[in-house]
Design a protein around this ligand. Structure first.
Ligand code: KIV
Ligand code: ZN
Length: 504
């Protein structure tokens, strides 16, 4: 989760992280790296909330090798059943010289100090020599030995800039395990970035060479080109048990639901041809393939779609479903309501939707909950009325009325399309200087009666916020998403942490 949200623009708030953490826990992920508490009070609170909610997975948080960072991380993971501190310091010549401005001996000293300091808070300390992929192997051995002696029980080898090739990366891991005298006292882990599209290949090669923890992200999200995709690692290991001497604990039927949840929360759509979780991953277009699959599925399929959680959309609820069935189904989907008021408000949104749409699927319920997460009683702006005219040959015009701090305010604007007109009308009322970084719309289920789910990302003064909206009318969904994002910008800056990549 921590590196995943380092995808530019994918930063998440507390509620969003909680939902993803619950989904990862259902998937039986061993360790959830929930955040980087030193980045902001908002992220510290989010990690704290995840540490309080998650019972079965280890909850981990990242810290630079400094007292202030480690203190914050220790505070954030305190409520965890099992909490881990992950501290790191760069070891490549370029990072030590240009970024840290430290001599190699000073780096070794700092590693020793940081791991020992972190051990005062928990027995479970992970250390990463940042940019290990470009570090000198002798120095790397020295640093790793020091970290293990100081008490690190997990040594994570990051290919921070995605530079290595599979054979070379596997050899780094093998060499460390063979040459570091106390290597048997730690689990070796890998963390590969995807700049050359090799993150999964590098991670798998490292597993073959002895790594027993892989750091990965849902849908391959992460800094720049992302990280190794969890779904690809897990399914490669599971499908090729003839090659891998190991397996994972992952409940693979949760893979597709988790992928959808992460995509809907971050607004990063999954490309159709993405392995395992892309819409076409199990679709056969060619007649020859279709014929083969009908005769014997294994002719062209090495995995079964249903095993990884692809299921035909199931009609779970309708207009006559009751509050209890609604609450129970959402609980099964990992969504729990903090109070009766929250449940009642979600249930009333469900009833409104059921009036417009006869069949309500799991995906609709998820969207409804995501929308609920983003509505707050302190919202400055609420949508009261929206009318858009859109005719062939004419410029679309939108009429919008908002309730702003309790007062009705109206605005009218033209635009290049109905959504553009609606946004311009809202801009006239709100007068925000935020810039739109992302607008994405996707259908939640199939069919023209599907809800459209809109994600909007705004940036103002270095702060990035997301807004989600769902409705059977995509112009209304778009307006809702825009207002959620504007509301988020208008209150409590600490709740939403800025992009923190510069700190790492
Ligand atoms: O890519 C990286 O090096 C990291 C470390 C902090 C593990 O994310
Ligand atoms: Zn990383």
């Amino acid at each position: 989760m921590r590196d995943g949200e380092q995808s530019p623009g994918a930063s998440m708030d507390k509620e969003e992280k909680l939902r993803i953490a619950r989904s990862l826990e259902r998937m039986r992920v061993d360790i959830i790296e929930a955040g980087f508490p030193a980045a902001s009070q908002g992220d510290l609170d989010a990690v704290y909330a995840v540490a309080s909610a998650v019972k079965d997975s280890v909850v981990c948080a990242l810290a630079r090798a400094s007292e202030a960072d480690i203190d914050k991380t220790a505070e954030a993971i305190k409520p965890a059943n099992a909490g881990r501190i992950h501290t790191f310091l760069a070891t490549s010549p370029i990072h030590m010289r240009e970024k840290l401005r430290m001599e190699p001996d000073e780096v070794v000293e700092q590693v020793k100090w940081a791991v020992e300091y972190a051990r005062q808070f928990t027995d479970d300390v992970e250390f990463s020599p940042e940019d290990a992929g470009r570090s000198e192997i002798d120095f790397l051995c020295r640093v790793v030995e020091t970290a293990i002696s100081a008490g690190a029980s997990t040594i994570n080898i990051p290919d921070t800039v995605g530079y290595t090739l599979p054979e070379a990366f596997g050899n780094i891991v093998r060499t460390l395990i063979e040459r570091v005298p106390n290597s048997d006292m730690a689990v070796f882990s890998v963390h590969c970035h995807n700049d050359l599209g090799l993150a999964v290949a590098n991670s798998l090669q490292a597993v073959i060479k002895g790594a027993r923890q892989v750091e990965c992200t849902i849908n391959g999200l992460g800094e720049r080109a992302g990280n190794a995709a969890l779904e690809e690692i897990v399914m490669a290991v599971r499908t090729r048990q003839d090659v891998f001497p190991v397996d994972t604990n992952i409940n693979i039927t949760e893979i597709v639901p988790a992928s959808r949840l992460v995509s809907s929360i971050t607004g990063f759509p999954v490309q159709p041809n993405k392995a395992i979780v892309g819409a076409n991953a199990f679709a056969h277009e060619s007649g020859i393939h279709q014929d083969g699959v009908i005769k014997k599925r294994e002719t062209y399929e090495i995995m079964r779609a249903e095993d990884v959680g692809w299921a035909a959309n199931r009609m779970v609820m309708g207009k006559h479903s009751g509050r209890n069935a609604f609450r129970t189904r959402l609980k099964e989907l990992g969504v729990e309501f903090g109070s009766d008021d929250e449940l009642n408000s979600a249930f009333s949104r469900f009833k409104d939707l059921a009036d417009k749409k006869h069949e309500i699927f799991d995906e609709d319920l998820q969207a409804l909950a995501t929308e609920g997460d983003t509505e707050h009683s302190l919202d400055r702006y609420r949508l009261d009325y929206l009318s858009v005219t859109s005719r062939t040959g004419e410029t679309p015009v939108a009429d919008v009325t908002l309730i702003v701090d309790g007062n009705e305010v109206s605005g009218k604007a033209e635009g290049s399309g109905p959504v553009d007109a609606a946004y311009k009308a809202i801009d006239k009322i709100v007068g925000s200087d935020a810039t739109l970084q992302l607008y994405s719309v996707s259908n939640i289920t199939s069919g023209t009666d599907s809800q459209g789910e809109v994600t909007v990302r705004l940036e103002a003064d270095g702060r990035f916020v997301n807004g989600h909206g769902a409705d059977t009318d995509i112009v209304i969904a778009s307006a809702k998403a825009y207002l959620v994002a504007l509301n988020r910008l208008s209150y409590n800056p600490e709740r939403f942490h800025p992009q923190h990549s510069e700190g790492i």
